[in-house]
Design a protein around this ligand. Structure first.
Ligand code: SAM
Length: 260
C-alpha cells in the first residue's frame, strides 16, 4: 500500500532523501501512489530483547540513508543553529550525535565546542560511519570520536555526555527502551537528550509527540522543553534519569502508560 501524501516541506526533504536512498538501494518513507510503499521493520513483539528490555509495540521505520536531506537547505533553514541555540551548547561540552550518519551535525559541532569539547559521532551502520571517518580525516577533526553502536546499545563511554542528540532517527530505533536505558549510564549528571523528528507515524519516518513522551517517560526521561522546527517537526528535550531503570520497571510503566 502506498503511504499518504506528504506536506510540501516534507516532500522537499523526502525528494532529497529518496534520491539518496535510490543511490543507496533504500526505500521511501511516504509519498504519492507512484512512490514505493512505506518500508518498516516490526520489532520482535513476541519476546523481550536481550537482558529483558521490552520491545516497542509499534512499527519501526527502515534505515534508508545517512542524512536527512541536503546540508545547504538545512543551513538555509538554520536547522543546526536553532538546535544549538535552544540547547545553549557551549565550548568544552561533550555532545553525542546518535545516528550521526555522514555528519551534518558533527561538522557543525566541531567549531562550536572548540578544542576542549568532545563530539561522539555514533551510528549503527559502519558504512555510514565510513563516510563520517572520511570527512573527519579530510577536515582534520581532533575532537571527534567515532562510535559504532547496536540497535539496543549506543555503546558510549560511561558518565561522558552532557547532551545527546537524536536527529531524524528516533523512529528508526528498533529497540528504543534498551537503548535509552543504557544511554542513561553514559550521561553526566543533569545530562539532556534532544530529539528532532516529524510529528508523524513511526512507519512514515516520524514519531507522534504523545508517543515520544510516553516512551521516554517509561524509561525515566523527564520532558524539559519543546519547540517547533520546520512545519510538522519538533525538537523535544528531556532530562536523563540518574540511573538506568530496570527492564521490569520500564515494562510496568509501559503497561500503565499504554504508549501508542
Ligand atoms: C535519516 S538518517 C539521519 C542522519 C543525521 N542524524 C541527519 O540528521 O542527517 C538516520 C540515521 O540514524 C541511524 N540509526 C538508525 N537506528 C539507529 C540506532 N538504533 N542507533 C544509532 N543510529 C541509528 C541510521 O543508520 C542513520 O544514519
Amino acid at each position: 500500500m502506498p503511504g499518504p501524501p506528504c506536506p510540501p516541506a516534507v516532500r522537499r526533504r523526502l525528494a532529497a532523501a529518496l534520491a539518496f536512498a535510490a543511490l543507496a538501494g533504500g526505500a521511501a518513507a511516504c509519498g504519492t501512489a507512484a512512490s514505493p510503499p512505506r518500508a518498516t521493520r516490526t520489532a520482535d513483539t513476541t519476546a523481550d530483547t536481550t537482558a529483558g528490555y521490552p520491545a516497542p509495540r509499534r512499527p519501526v521505520s527502515d534505515i534508508v540513508a545517512p542524512r536527512w536531506t541536503d546540508e545547504r537547505v538545512r543551513d538555509r533553514q538554520g536547522e543546526a543553529a536553532r538546535v544549538f541555540a535552544h540547547l545553549a551548547l557551549a565550548p568544552g561540552m561533550a555532545v553525542a550525535d546518535i545516528g550521526a550518519g555522514d555528519g551534518y551535525y558533527v561538522a557543525r559541532l566541531v567549531p562550536l565546542l572548540g578544542d576542549s569539547g568532545v563530539i561522539y559521532g555514533q551510528d549503527v551502520r559502519d558504512d555510514y560511519l565510513d563516510l563520517l571517518r572520511d570527512r573527519a580525516r579530510r577536515a582534520g577533526w581532533r575532537t571527534v570520536r567515532i562510535v559504532l553502536g547496536t540497535e539496543d546499545d549506543a555503546r558510549l563511554p560511561a558518565s561522558a555526555v552532557d547532551v545527546a542528540l537524536m536527529i531524524h532517527m528516533y523512529h528508526e530505533i528498533a529497540q528504543p527502551f534498551a537503548l535509552l536505558a543504557r544511554l542513561a549510564t553514559s550521561m553526566r549528571p543533569g545530562g539532556r537528550l534532544a530529539i528532532l523528528d516529524r510529528d508523524a507515524p513511526t512507519d512514515a519516518h516520524g514519531t507522534p509527540i504523545a508517543l515520544l513522551n510516553c516512551e521516554l517517560r517509561a524509561v525515566g526521561y523527564e520532558p524539559v522543553s519543546r519547540i517547533d522546527m520546520e512545519p510538522g517537526e519538533y525538537l523535544a528535550v528531556f532530562r536523563a534519569p540518574p540511573t538506568a531503570p530496570a527492564p521490569q520497571d520500564i515494562a510496568e510503566r509501559l503497561r500503565a502508560g499504554r504508549c501508542g
